[in-house]
Design a protein around this ligand. Structure first.
Ligand code: SF4
Length: 363
């Protein structure tokens, strides 16, 4: 392990640049006749889209809109038509809007300042950094998806890069390396090199660590699992719903009903459910049910793929069955032996077991 490699920006850049000179991509269409306009168009096209798909689009786009003025002067429908197939059409609409701003507000010249570049529609900090560093030689960091991955692995950065704190940390690291020296000639190559490292070596699922120029400093490799970084987006907290289940018991029988085919536990047998304890009590009163004994059992949580369900079981024993709770097509009194043969949802089975354990159902 060589910790100095990550800490010393000069050593880091030298390694990255050496690799780039030997193995980096240098003949992509937007790497020829480099100017802010061409870099900008390529950067926007490359968001969410692979290089091989972008190349023919980029060439057709440049043939039709060779300059920012040509783009600004064209109808937006024409721009959309040349974007057709790349998806995310807001990108094309923003390109047209931004071209109009560059043309009208900045007299057709891209501003030579990262912060001002980010005021243009559709240009974020990383795209602004790429335009500034690649086409203007300004030492500005970039942090596209590829670079995020490389830096998160090198420094074993915990957390999801979409999280502000994690993103700030990655920007800080990126800035430290890119600002290391104001060698304008290297700035462009360094940015290209970092993009290439992520795109060709430090790939999402199969990083080629054995041939990576940074492997001896890479903390993710030292930990033994480079693909563990960057961390994925945390799963959203599931919403919590609650239900009150009425476990009516008469002697050795429990009242069950068959759930509708649609929805959770479709077609399975369950206890009648209510949205609140009050609703359950009102139901009892309306049905004229006089509990001989009523017990609230311990509530518990059942988790579905998209929400948690907090189940509040209320166990009520009746001294006699009333006609209002007699059997129907979807409502039946079951005794313990029959219950074993029924299609029951897991929490219902669990409830019956709890009840049986606490108070064995007598035949
Ligand atoms: S050593 Fe592997 S994980 Fe680390 S930066 Fe290089 S390719 Fe990525």
């Amino acid at each position: 392990m060589n910790p100095e490699l990550l800490q010393n920006a000069d050593i880091f850049r030298a390694r990255v640049l050496d690799w780039y000179h030997q193995f980096g991509r240098k003949d992509l269409p937007w790497q020829q006749n480099v100017n802010p306009y061409r870099v900008w168009i390529s950067e926007i096209m490359l968001q969410q889209t692979q290089v091989s798909t972008v190349i023919p689009y980029f060439e057709r786009f440049m043939a039709r809109f060779p300059s920012v003025q040509a783009l600004a002067d064209s109808p937006v429908d024409d721009v959309l038509q040349h974007w057709s197939g790349l998806g995310y059409y807001a990108r094309a609409r923003n390109l047209h809007k931004a071209a109009c701003v560059v043309d009208e507000v900045f007299a057709g010249e891209f501003p030579r300042n990262v912060d001002t570049l980010t005021t243009l529609p559709g240009i974020g900090r990383s795209t602004a950094g790429a335009i500034a560093s690649i086409s203007m030689g300004i030492a500005a960091p970039i942090l596209d998806g590829n670079v995020k991955r490389v830096l998160a692995r090198l420094h074993a950065i915990e957390g999801w890069p979409g999280d502000k704190k994690v993103a700030d940390r990655l920007w800080q690291i990126a800035e430290g390396y890119s600002m290391a020296e104001q060698n304008r000639a290297d700035t462009r190559e360094y940015t290209q090199a970092m993009m290439d490292l992520g795109a060709t070596l430090c790939t999402r699922s199969k990083p080629a660590c054995t041939v990576c120029p940074l492997v001896d400093g890479c903390k993710a490799v030292a930990e033994g699992n480079p693909t563990a970084y960057p961390h994925s987006k945390p799963k959203k907290d599931k919403p919590v719903k609650a239900t009150w289940m009425l476990m009516l018991q008469h002697k050795g029988e429990l009242l069950l009903y068959r759930r509708p085919d649609q929805g959770i536990w479709g077609g399975l047998w369950s206890f009648p459910e209510f949205g609140s304890e009050d609703a359950l009590q009102q139901h009892l009163a309306l049905q004229g049910l006089k509990p001989r004994q009523q017990t609230s059992l311990e509530p518990f949580r059942h988790t579905f793929s998209h929400y948690h369900l907090d189940i509040h079981p209320i166990h009520i024993t009746l001294s006699r069955k009333l006609p209002s709770v007699m059997e129907g097509l979807d409502q039946v009194w079951y005794n313990e032996s029959q219950i074993e043969q029924l299609g029951l949802a897991a929490p219902i089975k669990k409830l019956i077991q709890i009840l049986h354990h606490a108070n064995p159902v007598k035949q």
